[in-house]
Design a protein around this ligand. Structure first.
Ligand code: NAI
Length: 394
């Protein structure tokens, strides 16, 4: 079939298998061009098919020769619909990793469920015996609790008072005012249940109980802090509460893992174009402005540059994990540079629909967004028919 992008709001409902393959290949090639590093041997990535999780899988495989098991929740192609991009990415990753001689296996299903934890445990026991790094990189709008069956939906809302701010319709280039009502206590609890640390802790407790964590094992989850202008919607909003819970969980897990000589960490990452971040009001406009300035400075990084730097320089640096005074790994160090943020704060109030294309990298945002779904990739002829059915052993 001919596959073209079909945008609905902030998602694209189609994905291109060859384009996703090219995007994964590009990330792999980036890592292969960097110096190798001494890192983990056996890695479990939960949320491994797109964004930061996929980049983490690629960086540890091709940068440190790690064996990886990836867990994700993606859709195969069916009834004239394409597969989801994470499906195509994972198929491409496995093919390319296997061709290079690396172990890589995947499990597709709901990571929040006990069944998927069980299947993952069996695969680790059979193939790797133990893992020495567990990356928790889930971003999900909902969670079915594995014990109570309760369904939680996460929301992106401010706390305490309504929020009014600027956001952009990235495809039309229109800047609009967005206004959001404050979260209810239930909204906060539901968002914490989905994006907080309970499921991460369940994973680690289970893997520990099953003796599947190697001596000295590390587990790491990802967070975001961002500048003042995103605080109402992010750091001080419902998602920020979930991230606080994730941080508190990392401290609990760190204590538990000390028994194995291991550690639990949070890495605070840069704002990047992913399916998860596209859904957050304000953030796409902020990213567009950030990218314009960081590209001009030569400090811009995408997922793979961030992931490689995370492992090479922050987590597996010769002196061990490089943490800030609060114990966090800071991959947002370049994003949060004071002079850069000062410039963003100055430009932000001046942004209008008339100047947004010039003052921000909205085109770069769109390009990155399309690439998440395998479109706009150099070397792919989108006028050719392709088979959407791509096999993936999961
Ligand atoms: P993403 O949307 O690209 O990836 C989410 C992953 O989770 C995918 O592999 C998806 O298959 C998997 N997933 C979702 N629900 C699942 C389920 N029920 N079972 C199994 N797998 C499931 O998201 P992104 O942006 O890479 O986010 C990952 C983490 O990084 C999140 O914790 C996010 O808050 C954090 N982060 C993201 C930043 C950004 O700007 N994108 C910045 C800083 C942190």
């Amino acid at each position: 079939m001919l596959i073209q992008p079909r945008i609905r709001g902030f998602i694209c409902t189609t994905a291109h298998p060859q384009g996703c393959h090219q995007a994964v290949l590009q990330q792999i090639n980036y890592v292969k061009q960097q110096p190798a590093f001494s890192g983990p041997k056996n890695v479990l990535v939960i949320g491994a098919s797109t964004g930061y999780g996929l980049a983490s899988r690629i960086a540890t495989t091709f940068g440190a020769q790690a064996k990886t098991i990836g867990v994700f929740f993606e859709k195969a192609a069916e009834d004239g619909r394409t597969a989801s991009p994470g499906w195509y990415n994972s198929a491409a990753f496995e093919n390319l990793a296997h061709a290079a001689g690396f172990y890589a296996k995947s499990i597709n299903g709901d990571a929040f469920s006990q069944g998927i934890k069980q299947r993952t445990a069996e695969l680790i026991r059979r193939d790797l015996q133990q893992v020495d790094l567990v990356i928790y990189s889930l971003a999900s709008p909902r969670r079915v609790h594995p014990v109570t069956g309760q369904v939680f939906s996460s929301v992106l809302k401010p706390l305490g008072q309504p929020f009014k701010g600027k956001t952009v319709d990235a495809f039309r280039g229109d800047i609009k005012e967005v206004s959001l009502e404050p979260a209810t206590p239930d909204d906060v609890n539901n968002t914490i249940a989905v994006m907080g640390g309970e499921d991460w802790e369940m994973w680690i407790d289970f893997l520990m109980k099953e003796n599947l964590l190697a001596k000295g094992a590390t587990t790491m989850a990802y967070s975001y802090l961002g500048p003042e202008l995103t605080h109402a919607i992010y750091k001080n909003g419902t998602i920020g509460k979930a991230k606080e819970h994730l941080l508190a969980t990392s401290q609990q897990l760190d204590k538990k893992l000390k028994a194995l000589g291991g550690q639990a960490l949070i890495s605070v990452n840069k704002a990047l174009v992913t399916q998860a971040s596209a859904a957050i009001p304000v953030v796409p406009l902020y990213i567009s402005l950030l990218y314009k300035l960081m590209k001009a400075q030569g400090t811009h990084e995408g997922c793979i540059e961030q992931a490689y730097r995370l492992f090479k320089e922050k987590l597996y640096s010769p002196q061990g994990a490089v943490k800030d005074s609060e114990g966090l790994l800071r991959l947002d160090d370049l994003e949060m540079q004071a002079a850069l943020q000062q410039k963003i704060a100055e430009l932000w109030p001046t942004l209008t629909s008339a100047n947004v294309e010039e003052l921000t990298d909205l085109q770069g945002y769109r390009d990155d967004f399309y690439r998440l779904f395998g479109f706009n990739m150099p070397g792919v002829d989108y006028s050719q028919e392709v088979n959407p059915d791509v096999p993936l052993a999961v």
